[in-house]
Write a protein that binds this ligand. Structure first.
Ligand code: ADE
Length: 225
Protein backbone atom coordinates (compact mmCIF):
# COMPACT_ATOMS: atom_id res chain seq x y z
CA UNK A 1 0.00 0.00 0.00
CA UNK A 2 1.22 3.48 -0.82
CA UNK A 3 0.37 6.34 1.54
CA UNK A 4 1.07 9.91 0.45
CA UNK A 5 0.99 12.70 2.98
CA UNK A 6 0.66 16.31 1.90
CA UNK A 7 1.87 18.51 4.73
CA UNK A 8 3.68 21.73 5.61
CA UNK A 9 5.76 19.76 8.14
CA UNK A 10 7.10 16.53 6.63
CA UNK A 11 9.82 16.41 9.31
CA UNK A 12 7.15 15.72 11.94
CA UNK A 13 6.72 12.22 10.45
CA UNK A 14 10.32 11.08 10.66
CA UNK A 15 10.21 9.80 14.22
CA UNK A 16 6.78 8.08 14.20
CA UNK A 17 7.68 6.27 10.98
CA UNK A 18 11.09 5.27 12.30
CA UNK A 19 10.21 2.75 15.00
CA UNK A 20 8.79 -0.67 15.59
CA UNK A 21 5.93 -1.98 13.47
CA UNK A 22 5.76 0.92 11.00
CA UNK A 23 9.51 1.02 10.50
CA UNK A 24 9.52 -2.71 9.78
CA UNK A 25 6.53 -2.47 7.45
CA UNK A 26 8.35 0.20 5.45
CA UNK A 27 11.57 -1.83 5.36
CA UNK A 28 9.62 -4.89 4.17
CA UNK A 29 7.84 -2.78 1.56
CA UNK A 30 4.45 -3.64 3.05
CA UNK A 31 3.76 0.08 3.04
CA UNK A 32 5.42 2.96 1.24
CA UNK A 33 5.02 6.42 2.76
CA UNK A 34 5.73 9.48 0.60
CA UNK A 35 5.85 12.90 2.24
CA UNK A 36 5.32 15.96 0.07
CA UNK A 37 5.68 19.52 1.31
CA UNK A 38 2.73 21.70 0.28
CA UNK A 39 4.98 24.76 0.61
CA UNK A 40 6.99 23.55 -2.41
CA UNK A 41 3.89 24.40 -4.47
CA UNK A 42 3.35 27.88 -3.04
CA UNK A 43 2.77 30.81 -5.34
CA UNK A 44 4.44 34.20 -5.38
CA UNK A 45 7.65 35.38 -3.79
CA UNK A 46 6.94 34.72 -0.15
CA UNK A 47 6.17 30.99 -0.23
CA UNK A 48 2.75 31.85 1.09
CA UNK A 49 0.33 29.02 1.73
CA UNK A 50 -2.24 30.81 3.91
CA UNK A 51 -4.20 34.04 4.04
CA UNK A 52 -6.75 35.97 6.12
CA UNK A 53 -10.32 34.64 6.08
CA UNK A 54 -12.87 36.52 3.96
CA UNK A 55 -15.54 37.95 6.23
CA UNK A 56 -13.03 38.39 9.03
CA UNK A 57 -12.25 36.26 12.03
CA UNK A 58 -9.16 35.03 13.80
CA UNK A 59 -6.25 33.14 12.31
CA UNK A 60 -5.31 32.20 8.81
CA UNK A 61 -6.80 29.83 6.24
CA UNK A 62 -4.87 27.56 3.86
CA UNK A 63 -5.20 28.81 0.29
CA UNK A 64 -6.37 26.36 -2.38
CA UNK A 65 -3.62 26.90 -5.01
CA UNK A 66 -0.68 25.12 -3.33
CA UNK A 67 -2.81 22.20 -2.11
CA UNK A 68 -4.34 21.63 -5.58
CA UNK A 69 -0.93 21.78 -7.27
CA UNK A 70 0.64 19.51 -4.66
CA UNK A 71 -2.12 16.91 -5.04
CA UNK A 72 -1.94 17.03 -8.85
CA UNK A 73 1.81 16.50 -8.59
CA UNK A 74 1.56 13.40 -6.37
CA UNK A 75 -1.41 11.90 -8.23
CA UNK A 76 0.62 11.92 -11.44
CA UNK A 77 3.22 9.66 -9.83
CA UNK A 78 1.18 6.43 -10.09
CA UNK A 79 -1.73 5.27 -12.25
CA UNK A 80 -3.91 4.84 -9.13
CA UNK A 81 -5.44 8.21 -8.25
CA UNK A 82 -5.84 7.10 -4.64
CA UNK A 83 -8.45 7.76 -1.99
CA UNK A 84 -7.99 11.41 -1.06
CA UNK A 85 -8.64 12.32 2.58
CA UNK A 86 -8.37 15.67 4.35
CA UNK A 87 -7.82 15.50 8.11
CA UNK A 88 -10.21 17.89 9.81
CA UNK A 89 -12.16 18.03 13.08
CA UNK A 90 -15.35 18.21 10.96
CA UNK A 91 -14.68 14.88 9.31
CA UNK A 92 -16.20 11.45 9.66
CA UNK A 93 -15.10 9.96 13.00
CA UNK A 94 -12.31 7.40 12.66
CA UNK A 95 -13.39 3.99 13.95
CA UNK A 96 -11.84 0.55 13.53
CA UNK A 97 -14.43 -0.23 10.83
CA UNK A 98 -13.26 2.78 8.80
CA UNK A 99 -9.61 1.83 9.45
CA UNK A 100 -10.38 -1.65 8.07
CA UNK A 101 -11.94 -0.10 4.97
CA UNK A 102 -8.95 2.23 4.43
CA UNK A 103 -6.58 -0.67 4.96
CA UNK A 104 -7.88 -2.36 1.82
CA UNK A 105 -7.02 0.58 -0.46
CA UNK A 106 -4.05 0.46 -2.83
CA UNK A 107 -3.24 4.09 -2.20
CA UNK A 108 -4.25 6.70 0.37
CA UNK A 109 -3.52 10.40 0.01
CA UNK A 110 -3.73 12.22 3.34
CA UNK A 111 -3.88 16.01 3.37
CA UNK A 112 -2.85 17.59 6.67
CA UNK A 113 -3.91 21.19 7.17
CA UNK A 114 -2.55 23.84 9.51
CA UNK A 115 -3.78 27.23 10.66
CA UNK A 116 -7.52 27.68 11.19
CA UNK A 117 -8.36 25.23 8.44
CA UNK A 118 -8.74 24.74 4.72
CA UNK A 119 -10.39 27.11 2.27
CA UNK A 120 -13.67 25.25 1.64
CA UNK A 121 -12.84 25.02 -2.09
CA UNK A 122 -10.03 22.62 -1.22
CA UNK A 123 -12.55 20.19 0.23
CA UNK A 124 -15.23 20.76 -2.41
CA UNK A 125 -12.97 21.20 -5.43
CA UNK A 126 -10.89 18.12 -4.73
CA UNK A 127 -14.01 16.17 -3.84
CA UNK A 128 -12.18 14.73 -0.91
CA UNK A 129 -13.45 12.88 2.05
CA UNK A 130 -12.81 14.33 5.53
CA UNK A 131 -11.82 12.25 8.54
CA UNK A 132 -11.56 13.32 12.19
CA UNK A 133 -9.71 11.28 14.81
CA UNK A 134 -11.87 12.61 17.64
CA UNK A 135 -13.97 15.45 18.98
CA UNK A 136 -11.13 17.77 19.90
CA UNK A 137 -9.07 20.25 17.95
CA UNK A 138 -5.44 19.58 17.11
CA UNK A 139 -2.98 22.21 15.88
CA UNK A 140 -2.88 20.50 12.51
CA UNK A 141 -3.77 17.32 10.68
CA UNK A 142 -0.29 15.76 10.96
CA UNK A 143 -0.91 13.81 14.17
CA UNK A 144 -4.23 12.61 12.76
CA UNK A 145 -2.47 11.44 9.58
CA UNK A 146 0.05 9.54 11.73
CA UNK A 147 -2.78 7.88 13.62
CA UNK A 148 -4.30 6.69 10.35
CA UNK A 149 -0.94 5.45 9.04
CA UNK A 150 -0.34 3.51 12.24
CA UNK A 151 -3.81 1.97 12.47
CA UNK A 152 -3.89 1.02 8.80
CA UNK A 153 -0.36 -0.40 8.75
CA UNK A 154 -0.97 -2.93 11.53
CA UNK A 155 -3.80 -4.43 9.46
CA UNK A 156 -1.56 -5.14 6.47
CA UNK A 157 -0.62 -8.76 5.92
CA UNK A 158 2.72 -9.49 7.61
CA UNK A 159 2.98 -6.14 9.41
CA UNK A 160 2.71 -7.59 12.92
CA UNK A 161 5.02 -10.49 12.18
CA UNK A 162 4.29 -13.61 10.23
CA UNK A 163 2.18 -15.47 12.75
CA UNK A 164 0.50 -12.58 14.55
CA UNK A 165 -2.95 -11.38 13.69
CA UNK A 166 -4.83 -8.20 14.51
CA UNK A 167 -8.12 -10.13 14.42
CA UNK A 168 -8.34 -10.52 18.22
CA UNK A 169 -7.68 -6.90 19.08
CA UNK A 170 -10.06 -4.43 20.67
CA UNK A 171 -12.85 -3.23 18.35
CA UNK A 172 -12.24 -5.95 15.75
CA UNK A 173 -15.54 -7.54 16.83
CA UNK A 174 -17.04 -4.28 18.07
CA UNK A 175 -15.95 -5.00 21.65
CA UNK A 176 -13.02 -4.07 23.86
CA UNK A 177 -10.32 -6.68 24.17
CA UNK A 178 -10.35 -9.15 27.08
CA UNK A 179 -7.74 -8.70 29.83
CA UNK A 180 -4.31 -10.19 29.16
CA UNK A 181 -1.78 -11.57 31.64
CA UNK A 182 1.79 -12.76 31.50
CA UNK A 183 4.33 -13.88 34.08
CA UNK A 184 4.61 -13.79 37.06
CA UNK A 185 1.60 -15.84 38.08
CA UNK A 186 1.40 -13.88 41.33
CA UNK A 187 2.45 -10.25 41.27
CA UNK A 188 2.30 -8.55 44.67
CA UNK A 189 -0.63 -10.70 45.65
CA UNK A 190 -2.53 -10.11 42.38
CA UNK A 191 -3.04 -13.51 40.77
CA UNK A 192 -3.59 -14.48 37.16
CA UNK A 193 -7.16 -15.84 36.81
CA UNK A 194 -7.12 -19.59 37.43
CA UNK A 195 -8.88 -20.41 34.16
CA UNK A 196 -5.99 -19.07 32.06
CA UNK A 197 -3.70 -21.65 33.67
CA UNK A 198 -6.14 -24.52 33.06
CA UNK A 199 -5.10 -25.32 29.48
CA UNK A 200 -8.79 -25.74 28.58
CA UNK A 201 -8.95 -23.73 25.36
CA UNK A 202 -12.71 -23.82 24.95
CA UNK A 203 -13.26 -22.58 28.50
CA UNK A 204 -10.61 -19.89 28.05
CA UNK A 205 -12.26 -18.67 24.83
CA UNK A 206 -15.59 -18.56 26.62
CA UNK A 207 -14.13 -16.65 29.57
CA UNK A 208 -12.47 -14.14 27.25
CA UNK A 209 -15.68 -13.52 25.36
CA UNK A 210 -17.51 -12.85 28.63
CA UNK A 211 -14.74 -10.58 29.88
CA UNK A 212 -14.85 -8.64 26.60
CA UNK A 213 -18.57 -8.12 26.95
CA UNK A 214 -18.40 -7.12 30.62
CA UNK A 215 -15.52 -4.72 30.06
CA UNK A 216 -17.33 -3.12 27.12
CA UNK A 217 -20.57 -2.78 29.13
CA UNK A 218 -18.70 -1.11 31.95
CA UNK A 219 -16.30 1.18 30.10
CA UNK A 220 -17.85 1.72 26.66
CA UNK A 221 -21.57 0.90 26.74
CA UNK A 222 -21.98 3.06 23.61
CA UNK A 223 -20.21 0.34 21.62
CA UNK A 224 -22.99 -2.16 22.38
CA UNK A 225 -25.76 -0.04 20.87
N1 ADE B 1 -7.13 18.57 12.55
C1 ADE B 1 -7.36 19.29 13.68
N2 ADE B 1 -8.07 18.58 14.55
C2 ADE B 1 -8.29 17.35 14.00
C3 ADE B 1 -8.97 16.17 14.42
N3 ADE B 1 -9.57 16.09 15.60
N4 ADE B 1 -9.00 15.13 13.58
C4 ADE B 1 -8.40 15.20 12.37
N5 ADE B 1 -7.75 16.29 11.92
C5 ADE B 1 -7.69 17.36 12.73
Amino acid sequence: MRIDVLTLFPEMFVSPLGYSIIQRAIQRKIIQVELTNIRDFSEGNYNKVDDKPYGGGPGMVMTPGPVFKCLEHVQKQTPAAGRVIALTPQGKPLKQSLVAELGKEQRLILIAGRYEGFDERIIEGLGCEQISIGDYVLSGGELAAMVIIDAVTRLQQGALGDDVSSADESFSDGLLEYPQYTRPEDFRGMKVPEILLSGDHAKIADWRKKQSLEKTKKIRPDLLK
